[in-house]
Design a protein. Structure first.
Length: 249
């Protein structure tokens, strides 16, 4: 796969397959249809905007509490969007799509404000989407085959993914992503980095599932029990959405 093709596929991933309001009332196919238009204004062009949370604040109970969801989305994610737009005012990356911004980052200190906030916006957009309630609790089709090939089984994936999330020192993310050869892999990144930052990340690729292990994502309910949060998060994953992201690559 050449870089041009990878860029195109990465752009497709950034569009996502969801973030439509009233997600619980929509089928996976309907979600796919509505998703691109629903978040295009959020991730594809300036000024970037905060996508609406695609379900009620209490929809993920008991795994994630209502107050955490409200603060996380309305304060933290909103802050990344606001600060990204401000950072881009004086950046040579101004005018690029979110995907183009992420793939252009080189790790130069002058890019830090854009890097942190563009990553925060992309990462949280994906996070809300793949945690949606009402979807399949098991991967299917080609994604299931890819996971079984790489990790032997879904349980093998969960063990490896949880281990990666537990090993993040301080704040960061763990990912299931797809590399340039179409193979799935697990990685972790610090702060708001992600595998889309191919010039920075230890392994570049298109993220299709991610868990936020910053303390603001879980501390109100779990305090220092990150492992319990990770375990419960795995029960929230909507594998229909993750599978559609994988199929879009």
């Amino acid at each position: 796969m050449n870089r041009r093709k990878f860029s195109k596929q990465a752009s497709m991933i950034s569009l996502g397959i969801g973030l439509a309001p009233m997600i619980a009332c929509k089928s996976s196919k309907e979600l796919s249809k509505d998703g691109a238009s629903a978040i295009a204004t959020g991730v594809m062009a300036e000024p970037f905007v905060l996508p609406a949370l695609p379900y009620a604040y209490n929809a993920l109970l008991p795994a994630i509490d209502e107050m955490t969801m409200q603060i996380h989305h309305d304060k933290h994610h909103a802050g990344y969007v606001t600060n990204l737009n401000k950072a881009l005012e004086s950046s040579p990356l101004k005018g690029k799509s979110l995907t183009e911004i992420l793939m252009s980052l080189t790790g130069n200190a002058a890019e830090n404000a854009v890097r942190n906030n563009a990553g925060g916006h992309f990462n949280h957009t994906l996070y809300w989407e793949i945690m949606t309630p009402g979807g399949s609790k098991m991967p299917k089709g080609k994604l299931a085959e890819a996971i079984n090939k790489k990790f032997t089984s879904l349980d093998g994936f969960k063990t490896a993914f949880s281990d990666a999330a537990m090993k993040v020192f301080g704040s960061g993310w763990a990912w299931l992503a797809v590399d340039k050869n179409g193979e799935v892999f697990i990685s972790s990144t610090p702060n708001q980095d992600n595998p889309m930052m191919s010039k920075i990340a230890s392994q570049g690729g298109s993220p299709i599932l991610g868990i936020d292990v910053w303390e603001h994502a879980y501390y109100l309910k779990y305090q220092n029990l990150r492992k319990d949060y990770i375990t419960n998060f795995m029960g929230l994953v909507n594998w229909d959405i993750v599978g559609e992201k994988y199929a879009a690559i």
